[in-house]
Write a protein that binds this ligand. Structure first.
Ligand code: AMP
Length: 591
């Protein structure tokens, strides 16, 4: 197929902003494309060589592109750089340069061969894959070869594509429209085309199935291990009452973990991981791969879940940013893995030992998940309850917040509760808390216990159990585990510092429902800053005052570095003060 046909279509598409017109041009292009190159034509039109998850990208450096234009046109590099400054578009520069050449040597141009799609794709692929010594020169040569048989208009699109800036503004959904019309005759086929795309988001492949087999081809598209499925998303409603009503009075409520969505494709030989945007993130999480390999008892499976960084010492979930640091990182992962391990909370299974699970209702999928995955330290099921009792659900919500989650995701448990790949509908409804306030002031808390260190903190304390003072009852009520903000030296010294305060059992003036590894006489006061104050079912501070069964906790507490030697434990921040702070915080947000 001649590349000219593509270039002429792009020119028309560029000339309109109307989606319908764009679709018409695409339909015409698809109808004029032979079956054997239709996938390539679709990828090129997306400005790609493959679907994103394959991870082979075009993105030739502009510097090299300029060299190639110069060589192909005979115009000096300096001049090309000047043209680039003027136009700001490498495509236009190439077009101008070739026009110039054409005027100079009409005869030789006309005798050259016409450019085909196959040739363009072949050279682009070689450019994308070239690496190592001499690869820059090879890339330039491959591009020059294309330019030597290109018309100025073709050069415009060749250059934009090869530097990764084709930008025709065609959304995937527009291509789906065009495919349905081109091969189904009308938009009637649209839903089926989209269904196929949702479970197999490779537009080139879908186009090929349609071109070769017609509408039946689309019905043959299946979930495949190694091809990411478009993630199912949740709708939103403002209250738990509305959610429960929408769900028909009863639903599963799962923790909404605040981490990174991961779709794990576990195979016999290898495991692949994909992000919510379907990028291949396999190389960033070798620990997750190992963990899921150990947890899975079957042969092949596709699992949906959320990876959350966890503090090895407090066991608490950490802010999401700590995981995002791993993104795009190829080196130093070992170190990060050790310091910030992630736990994968699984909430769905989409494919299991050769079977597509997406059309099964949620309760069946969850049961299969629990059957085929053995929970470990690093792979767990999303915490959940199945309930229709609003009080119970509210309590569970508070617990989720206290545990470091964003809220809950309610999941439909009826027959209709299939996994709707790529859809945001009411089968899943998220409920996030409506406030998130910063703690403005530091507080002074008393050390009442400690936990044995893990990982890098082996041999010292991993975290301290901290309490506020309740003068009415003359007791210390726990409010958080404190593990961050200490220097390495301070950490190493902790056991020695607390040696003389150590006691065998919990101090009688300490009210704690958490079992610490070590208990101390309440004496040492530390200054602490946190992200916010939350309700807590585990900590005893202000238990039952704001809500029955709940206390207060400090979220993401951090030692400021100040030892309040000047303060007696009875001068620490009081329970009453924390209640005040909590109420102000809520008020501030409600304003
Ligand atoms: P949002 O990003 O606010 O639209 O919420 C949807 C996201 O919540 C999903 O993409 C997941 O990454 C995340 N999530 C966390 N926990 C769950 C869960 N139990 N079920 C579904 N999604 C979850």
């Amino acid at each position: 197929m001649l590349y000219r046909i593509i270039a002429e279509t792009y020119l028309k598409i560029e000339g309109t902003t109307k989606r319908l017109e764009m679709t018409d041009y695409l339909v015409e292009l698809l109808r004029n494309t032979p079956k054997d190159v239709i996938d390539k034509v679709v990828y090129l039109t997306q400005g790609k060589l493959y679907p994103d998850y394959v991870g082979i990208e075009l993105g030739l450096a502009e510097k090299l592109a300029i060299k190639a234009i110069s060589q192909a046109s005979g115009i000096g590099e300096k001049k090309i750089v000047g043209m680039m400054q003027k136009h700001g578009d490498i495509g236009v520069v190439a077009e101008e340069a070739l026009k110039n050449k054409r005027q100079m040597s009409l005869f030789s141009f006309e005798s050259s061969q016409e450019l085909t799609v196959e040739k363009v794709y072949e050279n682009f692929e070689k450019i994308a894959r070239a690496e190592g010594a001499g690869s820059q020169d090879r890339k330039i040569k491959l591009l020059v070869e294309l330019l030597n048989s290109a018309t100025p208009l073709e050069a415009r699109y060749l250059l934009r594509t090869v530097v990764g800036k084709l930008r025709l503004g065609i959304a995937d959904m527009t291509i789906l429209d065009a495919l349905a019309i081109a091969f189904g005759g009308s938009k009637d086929l649209r839903d089926e085309v989209e269904r196929a795309y949702n479970i197999h988001p490779d537009l080139g492949y879908i186009a090929k199935m349609l071109a070769e087999k017609g509408p039946d081809g689309i019905r043959e598209v299946r979930i495949e291990l190694g091809i990411p499925i478009r993630a199912m998303l949740a709708e939103r409603l403002p209250s738990l009452e509305e959610i429960l009503e929408k769900m028909g009075g009863r639903a599963a409520f799962e923790y909404k973990y605040d981490g990174m969505r991961i779709q794990a494709h576990v195979g016999k030989e290898k495991t692949m991981l994909y992000s919510r945007r379907l990028e291949n993130i396999t190389s960033q999480f070798p620990d997750v791969i190992e963990a899921i390999g150990e947890a899975f008892r079957g042969e092949e499976g596709i699992f949906d879940g959320e990876a959350v960084p966890v503090d090895v010492n407090t066991g608490e979930m950490l802010p999401f940013q700590m995981v995002s640091h791993r993104r795009g990182r190829k080196y130093g992962i070992e170190k990060i893995m050790e310091e910030i391990p992630v736990v994968l909370f699984l909430f769905d299974v989409l494919y299991l030992n050769g079977e597509d699970m997406t059309s099964r209702p949620y309760p069946e999928r969850r049961a299969a998940l629990e059957k085929w995955i053995q929970q470990t330290d690093r792979v767990k099921f999303a915490h959940r309850i199945v309930s229709g009792d609003i009080e119970e659900i509210k309590k569970f919500f508070n617990r989720a917040i206290e545990d470091g989650c964003e809220g809950l995701v309610a999941k439909n448990i009826g027959e209709e509760s299939i996994y709707r790949a790529g859809a945001r509908e009411f089968l899943w409804i998220k409920y996030k808390r409506d406030y998130r306030a910063e703690m403005a002031d530091t507080i002074d808390l008393v050390v009442v216990g400690a936990f044995a260190g893990k990982g890098r903190r082996k041999g010292t304390y991993g975290a301290l159990l901290m309490a506020a003072y309740n003068p009415e009852k003359d007791r210390f009520e726990t409010v958080c585990k404190l593990g961050s903000g200490f220097t390495d030296e301070q950490l190493a010294n902790l056991p020695r510092m607390f040696e003389e305060l150590r006691i065998e059992k919990k101090h009688p003036r300490v009210w704690s429902e958490i079992e610490a590894d070590y208990w101390f006489v309440p004496k040492v006061v530390l200054e602490v800053i946190g992200a916010e104050i939350t309700l807590s079912p585990t900590h005893t501070c202000a238990r039952d005052i704001i809500e029955k069964g709940s206390g207060l906790a400090i979220r993401f507490p951090r030692f400021t570095g100040r030892w309040r030697d000047d303060k007696a434990p009875e001068e620490a921040t009081t329970v009453k003060e924390l209640v005040e702070m909590y109420r102000n915080q809520v008020k501030k947000v409600e304003k």
